[in-house]
Ligand binder design. Sequence first.
Ligand SMILES: *Cc1c(COP(=O)(O)O)cnc(C)c1O
Length: 387
Amino acid sequence: MKKFYKRAWAEIHLDRLKYNYDICKSYLSGNTQFMAVVKADAYGHGDSKVAPYLQSLGVNWFAVSNISEALHLRRSGITKEIFILGYVPPEDVSELIDNNIIEAITCFEHAKAMSDAITDGRKLRTHIKIDTGMGRIGLKHDTVSGYCDEIEKIISLENIVVEGIFTHFAVADSDSPEDIAYTDKQSSLIININNELKNRGINLSQIHFMNSAGATYHNNSESTLARFGITLYGLHPNTALELPKKLKPVMELKTIVSHVKTINSGDFVSYGRTYIAEKTTKIASLTIGYADGYSRLLSSKADVLINGKRAKIVGRVCMDQTMIDVSDIDVKVGDVATLFGTDGNETITADDLADIYGTIGYEIVCGISKRVPRIIINNGEIKDILD
Ligand SMILES: *Cc1c(COP(=O)(O)O)cnc(C)c1O
């Protein structure tokens, strides 16, 4: 096994991934199949290890955001279906077909350009994206028949095989009555489109519209696939809304203590002199900073766990170093500090950090930078190191 340098590292706990996978699956009913969303390097967790592990658990569908992520999954041993959620330009169409990748079609013009780019008679597998209220990509019409007419035009293209339609919820993670009604409207629209297609003699094998929040709070067995991202990794779609069943965050972020010193009342810590000691204070420096994806917006705000206790960040988070107040904690150089994760009876989650500076847990885990090795762990045992 390759060694990793104990400076800043992310632990990826596969046993927790399996735990979350089982809970996510438990929300599904009817014939809805599980689709693992592993875009953005599996939300920063390491797609080359996370996806094969999920495949070994029986996951048959994987979703990514673009062609390079799709090809990376194939190189990592994914033999099951791979679906690209977003736009791929016509110039890349042959690689999609070579690798049996299913592409999202955003509109007739996109489909036509893809079809025209295929010159050897092969067919591109597609699901058509329907904009039912997200306002991002996808077909947009005022009437069900308008949608169906455009879908029929796409189906009639020479080199395009339409296997499904899908849409994306905008507010499935909200419990306000207006938002719940909005989500219902979005799912009704795509279901109505599918029914009208059936009336026209078109039977697609896939119609899907649930993300994590959709499947958790608005499960609907008419969706043939449920696209689980954030809850699979053990985080909340929305931290203000409790999950019906508790999940386990898969990633923990850790670092070590590089220096411990006592400063006097009136001494400053870090750039900008934003922190001044009000009394004799013991400060520990950590070997992690914003270049690792630990945001500078957490300066003087977040806690860090060390030897089972909470310590406050003092002063600005630097590019490679961060300081904490350890006046009441027994700390020495080399001790491990947890930026998010569990130490003894204390836990900090990526969702907690997100709440501190007004973002979402998604951005925290996706933002842990390439400089941070991912240590793949199963039941406490190191299985692999992604560096
Ligand atoms: C990212 C994404 C998902 C997964 O969303 P989560 O909230 O992480 O479950 C599902 N569908 C589409 C279209 C996406 O872009």
